[in-house]
Design a protein around this ligand. Structure first.
Ligand code: GLC
Length: 551
């Protein structure tokens, strides 16, 4: 029993509010897979521009665009060869300017991705560093080293690339360079002043273009431990996220973010930055959002939590407690372009991780995904929605190997590897060569069932996931605005049920496979599956369902 919009669409007036980002819902657009404006099978800025009214009507506050910069696309644009140019496959600077203006006219903010940990190997600096040879000042802007072993034939240390294989590649003159990701993504040396100056200038370039903020890629990686010490483990990728590593989350990164904050604060309109910082604990993540650093950091501990009331409550408590001393809002995210979509992660009874090849029980996965999304949208702080999750899309787990493009798929034993499954272009219409994605097919094949999951098919169907998101986002504006505060009050509930009060709403989530009778009052505002009304102070909350009740 979902409900139609309670509030009008956001207007420009909404966006002049102070602290807009503290409770913003930010929608991630993965440009190559969102909408194709020129019919070449690849999404582009024109496509995004055409669909901005859809995002306004969905009810989000801001759009974060994954990289659209000039790039050889060795890692889908996270290998940038010119930070001030748009890749021709996505359009031109003129299109970016138009997109930013159109978004602002619709009351939407625009956040762009900044990739400072590494450049493309085709970036001018790196090409010159290679050409000029050992000792060149340009080599100082990266991590070039001589190798170990009698003839320098062994890598300088034992670091593994996140995508699998050694994190070092040897060049023709015998030196090695560091790349924590693909060999086409050499890591910058952030101890070098020219690197720092260049990125301050890049920030200003985009701020002058009018963007409202940045998502900082690999924000935890910029500084490496002095002397690049060995990790000392043969299974270092398994330690990632749990242990401290000499290449991640070094204290030196914070000085960089303090200097960036000063730049952001020079501009009007509250420009923000959000850190992609994978750290061992939420407390370490909080360091990135101290008052003089970045504004938000993704909550990957939340993303990594399965559909389980106790685990969810624990991660929510820890997240809120960690952010409280630094005064930053908590953030919540369930899906992005690097992980298996949550409708597929939750289609399994046990938590199998975030890179899955098994579809699981589709119906169960969708039911739980809807419930999980509705729970997320009730939490205090800012929420991130990844394109297509509002359609309840599952991950495409069975893509044939020959169409895969994720570089980590091709590097054995990498941490990721199956990211193409969440990057399949989204369906807009029931018919058409790519279900309305564009007129020229789609760069990854879309499953035929996606016709029924298209925006067109779901619009106006009160039971659809799209209408659930629309209703939830509208109700969030009405009930969970700034006046609802940034706290929640937990309710004592039966095992497997999670519930809290915020503002005038009660949010209840049953994570179990059976209905649970709950003592409560209130009127159903929005629910993730059909819920009976509260009768005589009792609600029979169905299995795997979240409901918002207004008191
Ligand atoms: C981030 C991005 C991911 C990319 C990697 C290297 O984790 O989200 O897509 O592959 O950084 O830039």
């Amino acid at each position: 029993m979902t409900q139609q919009s309670e509030a009008p669409s956001p207007s420009v007036a909404d966006t002049v509010r102070r602290d807009w980002w503290r409770d913003a819902v930010i929608y991630q657009v993965y440009p190559r897979s969102f909408a194709d404006g020129n019919g070449d099978g690849m999404g582009d800025l024109q496509g995004v521009r055409d669909r901005l009214p859809y995002l306004r009507d969905l009810g989000v506050d801001a759009v974060w665009l994954s990289p659209f910069y000039a790039s050889p696309q060795a890692d889908a644009g996270y290998d940038v060869s010119d930070y001030r140019a748009i890749d021709p496959m996505f359009g031109t600077l003129h299109d970016a300017d138009g997109l930013i203006r159109d978004a602002h006219d619709l009351g939407l903010r625009v956040i762009v991705d900044l990739v400072p940990n590494h450049t493309s190997d085709q970036y001018d600096w790196f090409r010159r560093a290679l050409a000029e040879g050992p000792g060149s000042p340009l080599r100082e802007r990266y991590h070039f080293r001589d190798g170990k072993g009698e003839n320098g034939e062994l890598p300088p240390n034992d670091w593994d690339s996140i995508f699998g294989g050694p994190a070092w590649t040897r060049v023709a003159d015998g030196q090695w360079y560091l790349h924590l990701f693909a060999p086409e993504q050499p890591d910058l040396n952030w101890e070098n002043q020219a690197v720092r100056d260049e990125f301050r200038s890049i920030l200003r370039f985009w701020l002058d273009m009018g963007v409202d903020g940045f998502r900082i890629d690999v924000a935890h990686g910029l500084i490496k431990a002095d002397g690049l010490p060995d990790v000392g483990s043969a299974e270092q990728l398994k330690l990632l996220g749990n242990d401290s590593m000499p290449f991640f989350d070094q204290d030196g990164v914070h000085e960089i973010y303090r200097s960036w904050r000063q730049i952001l604060d020079e501009y009007d309109g509250e420009r923000i930055a959000v850190a992609e910082a994978w750290t061992p604990t939420v407390e370490r993540t909080a360091n990135y959002v101290r008052p003089d650093e970045l504004h938000q950091a993704f909550n990957f501990q939340y993303l990594g939590t399965h559909w389980d009331a106790d685990e969810l409550r624990a991660v929510i408590d820890v997240s809120l407690a960690a952010m409280e001393p630094v005064g930053a809002p908590a953030t919540w995210v369930l899906s992005n372009h690097d992980v298996t979509r949550h409708a597929t992660r939750f289609a399994h009874d046990v938590h199998l991780g975030t890179q899955l090849r098994e579809a699981g029980d589709r119906e169960l996965g969708l039911r739980r995904a809807r419930a999980a999304s509705l729970l997320m949208l009730a939490l205090p702080g800012s929420a991130y929605v990844y394109q297509g999750e509002e359609l309840g899309l599952p991950d495409v787990v069975d893509l044939p190997d020959e169409v895969r493009q994720d570089p980590s798929f091709f590097r054995a034993a990498g941490q990721d590897g199956f990211r193409d499954g969440c990057r399949v272009p989204i369906p807009w219409t029931r018919e058409g060569s790519s279900y309305g994605f564009g007129s020229g097919g789609s760069w990854l094949p879309q499953p035929a069932e996606w016709a029924g999951l298209s925006v067109e098919a779901q619009t106006g169907d009160p039971g659809s996931t799209l209408e659930l998101y629309r209703a939830a986002l509208a109700a969030r504006r009405v009930h969970l605005g700034p006046e609802a505060g940034e706290e929640l009050r937990w309710l004592q509930l039966p095992d497997g049920v999670l519930g809290f009060v915020r503002g005038d709403l009660v949010c209840l989530a049953n994570t179990t496979a059976a209905p649970v009778r709950i003592e409560t009052d209130g009127r159903v505002v929005v629910a993730s599956s059909a819920v009976p009304p509260v009768t005589a102070g009792l609600l029979d909350l169905p299995a795997d369902t979240t409901v918002w009740l207004a008191r």
